[in-house]
Design a protein around this ligand. Structure first.
Ligand SMILES: *Cc1c(COP(=O)(O)O)cnc(C)c1O
Length: 488
């Protein structure tokens, strides 16, 4: 009797192959067309998991304000809710109730007036971007209603902001046909100057948008001064121009660390505020909030009443279906941490930011452009004498695993390039110390390399030196680089 020792491949049970010996990992991955045949779930998992290993490590991504760590208990709650469509409010009334409780808590945190006349209203969104679209639309519609009643044209709406606004304001302006009138920055002053902003307000201004926690350097804009100046102008002109506060990053910082700072609904002209739940609200990406001071500030004709799947449900959002997990995660954080917990976490972030700041200052190479009061982040520029630039430092830090973005400032401060490190809850003191020591290593390494910087100083508009053209070209290159690297 002859026993064959070779097993024909086509007859073999695929589950006996080792994962990395199977045909699934031996062929190229489909990229342009859906593959003809199915593959085993284990193989699909392994292939995708392995490709994702090449992404950066979120915990070391110091570019982002967005939460990268939550407690395992909350992870569990959120995973359990992964199959709940948030929009099915009639079917999931408890989830809807949790969102309403979150809105109430945030409105209270932002000192919304309480009384018969004024009751704050708000809604959960995908992030501050959607929240800002909704707030912007409410202002535009209110302005149009008023203008029509006065028999005046409604085709030239504008918003006044600083040139430091986040890109979502530019999106809002373009998508919804509102002109963005930007107050330019200047060297050493990287937020909106309230005096200049109020000067730019005209009869077509639907609102002035102030930022609590500028994306560029974490600085809080002076909303109180803006409110006072604008009140004065409104009195003189009779226009009644309102204020929106973009508190995407600062909305969960200021109430805990600077309760005396008046930036919110305590100021009468502040009609709406947005905040990102997924930034210092401490929830994973996918949740933001917008709150209006009172029902009157949200025009009724923007609200849709749907009874698609049950009872009447008023909604004001840009999309329809979305997950419920983020709302549940937000409610978890509110009740789990309470005011005390948020305060502790924000204080800790600030202390770590301070430790980083000291370490960075000690190198003697940098100018710090973030403020001690503001969002816990470090924005710092190389001193003029440096042979290297911040983009080289950013690239070199990447080799140690750190993701630290470098970018140039907007108009008229675009000759300043900075590095920015956002300090989040999960960035511990030992990581801060480690980062400083890696930064020192990078600086030492760069010192031994030839300079890529053609001349050590940045051009100014008045720069008439023979090198001006060369320098300008160099800076244009930096600006282009910054445009593609993206800052969030
Ligand atoms: C992050 C940010 C935004 C955009 O918020 P998302 O929640 O990411 O959509 C808007 N404005 C400011 C000031 C921000 O920091």
């Amino acid at each position: 009797m002859v026993i064959s020792t070779t097993v024909p491949v086509q007859n073999s049970d695929e589950s006996v192959h080792s994962t990395f010996g199977s045909r699934y990992v031996r062929s190229c991955l489909p990229r342009f067309r859906m593959p003809e045949n199915s593959i085993p779930k284990e193989a699909a998992y392994q292939i995708i998991n392995d490709e994702l290993m090449l992404d950066g490590n979120p915990r070391l991504n110091l570019a982002s304000f967005v939460t990268t760590w939550m407690e395992p208990e909350c992870d569990r709650l959120m995973t359990q809710a992964i199959n709940k469509n948030y929009v099915d409010m009639d079917e999931y009334p408890v989830t809807t109730e949790l969102q309403n409780r979150c809105v109430n808590m945030i409105a209270h945190l932002f000192n919304a007036p309480v009384g018969e006349e004024e009751t704050a209203v708000g809604v959960g969104t995908v992030g501050s971007s959607e929240a800002i679209m909704l707030a912007g639309l409410a202002f535009k519609r209110k302005w149009q209603i008023k203008r029509r009643a006065e028999g005046k044209p409604t085709d030239k709406a504008n918003i006044v902001t600083g040139a430091n606004v986040q890109v979502c304001w530019e999106k809002f302006a373009r998508y919804f046909e509102v002109e963005l009138k930007e107050v330019k920055l200047r060297e050493g002053y990287y937020v909106m100057d309230p005096l200049k902003a109020v000067e730019m307000v005209d009869e077509n201004t639907i609102c002035v948008a102030a930022i609590l926690g500028s994306t560029l350097n974490g600085e809080f804009e002076d909303v109180k001064l803006l409110n006072d100046l604008l009140t004065q102008k409104n009195k003189e002109t009779g226009w009644n121009t309102p204020i929106h506060v973009d508190a995407a990053s600062g909305g969960f910082i200021a109430p805990f660390l600077y309760p005396e700072l008046e930036w919110d609904f305590r100021l009468p002209l502040v009609k709406s505020i947005n905040v990102s739940g997924h930034k210092y609200g401490l929830v994973y990406a996918g949740v933001g909030w917008v709150v209006w001071r009172s029902k009157e500030d949200l025009p009724e004709d923007l609200i849709f009443h749907i009874n698609y799947l049950g009872a009447d449900q008023p909604t004001f959002t840009l999309n329809f279906s979305k997950g419920s997990s983020q709302i549940i995660g937000q409610y978890y954080q509110f009740i789990r941490l309470g005011f005390e917990g948020y305060k502790n976490i924000m204080e800790n972030c600030m202390e770590n930011a301070k430790a980083l700041r000291e370490g960075i200052e000690k190198t003697g190479r940098f100018e710090i452009v973030s403020k001690e009061m503001g969002v816990p982040l470090l924005a710092f520029a190389l001193k003029n004498t440096s042979k290297h630039d911040v983009f080289e430092i950013s690239d070199s830090l990447r080799r140690f695993g750190w993701i630290v973005p470098a970018y140039t400032m907007p108009a008229d401060a675009q000759h300043i390039a900075v590095l920015r490190i956002v300090v989040r809850e999960d960035f511990s003191r030992s990581l801060a110390e480690r980062l400083v020591s890696d930064l020192q290593k990078v600086l030492k390494e760069l010192d031994s390399l030839p300079s890529k910087v053609p001349v050590p100083v940045a051009p100014t508009k008045a720069d008439g030196s023979e090198n001006a053209e060369k320098i300008t070209k160099y800076w244009m290159k930096l600006v282009a680089k910054n445009k593609t690297s993206g800052v969030c």
